[in-house]
Design a protein around this ligand. Structure first.
Ligand code: PLP
Length: 470
């Protein structure tokens, strides 16, 4: 493709994306594709001769779009959001255009230095402790996902506790509501299943400190080494918040690495009144959050911070001759390949930089604060409506509720809303009971969309007909 062709097709594609985002609220939110539909519409073999770009774009509309669930729809309330924005999309495009592989400082200094700098900005933006800044022993890095952040935290913790040779006696802790990526990280790192202790949760779905204390005491008495604890700020099921400070105070005296998974809720720190989400972070070893969930930055982008980067770098650094260079040898630079599992890395800082500059701290504060207000308004409606019960107070952007008439009715209502294509909700279980989750965090979700969701729920609960979105 010549630069002129790229310009021509690129303009068309950017127009296509802008049109798509302008009209995304008109599509049924969840894809109606059945398994195999998308593949059945594709030719069985790759083309032998070149195809015009227009033909490819046509197939995007006719083959791909029907198989898309519209995560950017203002009526998307399922899971946690993956909220993108214009500046992040353009940052992603620029990253692809530059085509940089930023494994080392030397392979593109701007890729490393912009990342370090933007991650220091994020410390200011979210009111994080100074120990996460890059000018001391700590610092931040962009990982592809919170799952990877947890994995590298586990690897750094294992290194600090004596490395793979000593891992037989190591034990780690996470609550029953922690994300499944904690268990996956232990599995990938080669731990036995019983080396991750599952801590019970209380009636708020938060880690029970008394149970953690009992487990740690048993382990220490048996000669085991509590090397890692994960506290979650904003659990996936119900956005519950573990007592980070108390967890750290309990386990740090045992030399335990404390990792905080704030994948979703961490972004709340842009709003000064919500900075209670940062409580205790000055005591922990690592913390992560996903701008690709709730900070208007398209997937993938997770920010991981460590208080002391040496354990991470020592755990993950291997220097083959072909990557040696003067700047790295002199120890003058950060080489982010040593902060992650893969060698290669994309220039992800660009999109985060674009987002922060486009919105400014004020804009981000406004949008995140607005989502929380919308969630709280919605929760207030649920609370006073006899057809529904609020399962947890909506402290942030997630409303967990159910039908007063029981689990079957909750399921029926949720499926009726989802089947209409007018909104998309998801669910979890709390104490074995079915809970509907309304997660409010899409970039373009406004009061009218939340009002429409409330109307839909009411119609579904009353058994009134709902006109589907086709
Ligand atoms: N941690 C929490 C609390 C989550 O809610 C999620 C996903 O929803 C994850 C981790 C995994 O996120 P990622 O897809 O970035 O690995």
């Amino acid at each position: 493709m010549t630069p002129d062709d790229l310009r021509r097709h690129g303009h068309r594609l950017v127009d296509w994306v802008a049109d798509y985002l302008e009209g995304v609220g008109d599509y049924p939110v969840a894809s109606r594709s059945a398994p195999g539909d998308v593949r059945a519409a594709l030719p069985p073999h790759p083309p032998t001769s070149p195809e015009p770009f227009d033909a490819v774009l046509d197939d995007v509309a006719s083959v791909v779009l029907p198989g898309i669930t519209h995560w950017q729809s203002p009526d998307f309330f399922a899971y946690f959001p993956a909220n993108a924005s214009g500046p992040s999309i353009l940052g992603e495009l620029l990253s692809a255009g530059l085509g940089v592989q930023g494994m080392l400082w030397a392979t593109s200094p701007a890729c490393t230095e912009l990342e370090t700098h933007v991650l220091d900005w994020v410390v200011d933006l979210l009111g994080l402790p100074d120990r996460f800044r890059s000018d001391g022993p700590g610092g931040g890095v962009i990982e592809d996902s919170a799952s990877s952040a947890t994995l590298v935290a586990v690897l750094a913790a294992r290194h600090r506790a004596g490395g793979a040779a000593a891992m037989g006696e190591m034990v780690g802790y996470a609550s029953a509501e922690a994300h499944s990526s904690v268990r996956k990280a232990f599995t990938v790192a080669g731990f036995r299943d019983d080396q991750l202790r599952v801590v019970d949760v209380d009636e708020h779905q938060a880690l029970r400190l008394d149970h953690l204390r009992t487990l740690v005491e048993e382990d220490v008495a048996a000669g085991r080494r509590p090397f890692f604890a994960c506290a979650t700020v904003g659990t996936t099921g119900t956005m519950a918040v573990d007592p980070v400070r108390a967890v750290a105070e309990l386990v740090v005296p045992h030399g335990t690495w404390v990792h905080v998974d704030a994948a979703m809720a961490g972004a709340a720190g842009v709003v000064p009144e919500l900075r209670w989400v940062n409580d205790g972070l000055e005591l922990v070893d690592s913390w992560c959050f996903d701008p690709h969930k709730w900070l208007f930055t398209n997937f993938d982008c997770d920010c991981l911070y460590v208080a002391d980067r040496s354990a991470l770098v020592e755990a993950l650094s291997i220097v083959p001759e072909y990557l040696r260079n003067a700047a790295s040898d002199a120890g003058d630079v950060i080489d982010y390949r040593d902060w992650q599992v893969p060698l290669g890395r994309r220039f992800r800082a660009l999109k985060l930089w674009f987002v922060i500059r486009h919105y400014g701290a004020e804009g981000l504060r406004h949008h995140i604060g607005r989502h929380v207000e919308l969630a709280q308004g919605f929760a207030a409606r649920v609370e006073v409506d006899p057809r529904f019960e609020l399962v947890r107070p909506a402290e942030l952007s997630l409303v967990c509720f159910r039908a007063a008439a029981g689990d079957d009715e909750s399921e029926r209502i949720m499926h009726a809303v989802n089947a209409s294509g007018r909104a998309l909700l998801s669910h979890t279980r709390v104490d074995e009971r079915f809970v509907i989750r309304a997660s409010i965090g899409q970039t373009t979700t406004e009061q009218r969309h939340v009002d429409a969701l409330w109307e839909l729920l009411g119609a579904a609960a009353d058994g009134r007909p709902i006109e589907p979105r086709l």
